[in-house]
Write a protein that binds this ligand. Structure first.
Ligand code: ATP
Ligand code: MG
Length: 369
């Protein structure tokens, strides 16, 4: 139905809409994606003038083809950059065009138009709006409490006993911590989303880090027998960002304690790491002869993650239970693991609880390998 290409690539296989018009402005190619995005059948579009086959308007309602006049105008124009335009249905599409000339300043022999749907973009925009709404909400509750207590203390300082004042200040202190933590999470998210998460690698002892986290939980009142740590020695070296590894372990353990039940088992073992493209600009794995790595599994005996939700646990703001926090933890965990070139998966433990497993490649600087 469409023009074949010398490379053997079928235009119908392209993910984006492709529309080609000949030197007379008639449509000679209209691929499957173009038909899907515009809702116009290829058989209807083929042979018709570009402006009727693909009637586009800019956001001010001006007819796009009349406005840009691909076949007229300056003969040095090479095309149109990507624009947000409207279909007659009111749907937004991203459109770019290239004007092909056989001679540099000669007449246009072909107009090649690329059309992309904007659903994906709209989705991220929606989640930005959602992000702002959630952030505002999450920040407001601790700040309301801070304001309430400080205002009360300032107005009635003499009327409270030292103990009462201390209690109020402790609450203010804890709320300030919550705000700080939320802001740190948001900064992490913005770094992850923009690919700017920095990984400062140095040798990391994961097993020791796991023990530290377990001790912190038992010091905070969890019974020591709630945790079972298994370390399979010898472990390969690990070069990673220690603060970020702490963040990952902290989140997974906190989740297991808060959302899970029963014994929390943490296993640290050598593993084959499938190196993903590291987000920190590290050299690709060539030059390192083996892809060794360390795997950490955190598993509990609680209700686990429902099968149908497993694909969503690593997305922002997904919380499965009422005990949920902001739902940002696992999104950040995944971002950190991937910035290290590692992978993380979720599954079901033998007793049905949640089982998270992440693998970090050795990550040694190239000159060390
Ligand atoms: N071990 C677990 N067992 C059962 N459900 C879990 C477990 N870990 C995570 N979940 C579910 O996944 C959701 C998302 O977890 P995530 O860590 O991203 O956010 P959160 O713990 O709700 O909030 P935050 O970590 O930002 O304070 C949780 O709300 C919970 O419903
Ligand atoms: Mg969490």
């Amino acid at each position: 139905m469409t023009a074949g290409t010398r490379s053997g690539v079928d235009p119908d296989d392209l993910p984006d809409g492709l529309v080609v018009a000949d030197e007379g402005g008639r449509v000679v190619a209209f691929n499957t994606a173009a038909a899907r995005i515009t809702g116009v059948r290829a058989s209807t579009a083929l042979g018709r003038p570009l402006e009727t086959a693909l009637p586009l308007e800019d956001l001010k309602g001006r007819r796009w083809w009349a406005l840009t006049d691909p076949y007229g105008g300056l003969a040095i124009r090479a095309g149109q950059p990507e624009r947000n335009l409207l279909l007659p249905s009111g749907h937004e599409v991203l459109v770019s065009a290239r004007y092909v000339r056989t001679r540099p300043t000669g007449p246009v022999s072909r107009v090649v138009v690329c059309v992309r749907g904007t659903e994906a973009r709209r989705r991220t925009e929606l989640s930005h709006a959602e992000l702002i709404a959630t952030v505002a909400h999450e920040l407001r509750s601790p700040l309301t409490s801070v304001k309430g207590f400080t205002a009360t203390l300032l107005a009635k300082w003499e009327r409270f006993t030292d103990d009462q004042k201390r209690l109020m200040l402790e609450t203010v202190d804890a709320d300030a911590d919550r705000v700080t933590r939320l802001i740190a999470e948001l900064l992490d998210i913005s770094r992850i989303d923009s690919g700017r998460l920095e990984v400062r690698r140095q040798p990391v002892d994961v097993a020791a880090a796991v023990w530290r986290h377990v001790q912190a939980h038992t010091a905070a009142g969890q019974p020591p027998d709630r945790f079972l740590v298994r370390v399979q020695q010898p472990l390969p070296d690990l070069w990673a960002d220690p603060d970020k590894v702490d963040q990952v372990l902290g989140n997974l353990l906190e989740n297991a304690v808060r959302h899970g039940e029963g014994t929390v088992t943490i296993e640290v073992a050598p593993a084959e790491a499938t190196a993903t493209a590291a987000g920190d600009g590290a050299e690709p794995s060539e030059g390192r002869n083996t892809e060794k790595g360390t795997a950490v599994t955190v598993r509990d005996e609680g209700p686990g993650i429902p099968e149908e939700s497993m694909g969503r646990v690593f997305t922002r703001f997904w919380r499965g239970s009422k005990r949920g926090g902001t739902g940002l933890g696992l999104y950040i965990v995944k971002g950190i693991v991937e910035a290290h070139g590692g992978t993380i998966t979720v599954g079901r433990g033998p007793s049905g609880g949640a089982e998270f497993r992440f693998t970090l490649p050795v990550g040694a600087p190239a000159f060390m390998a």
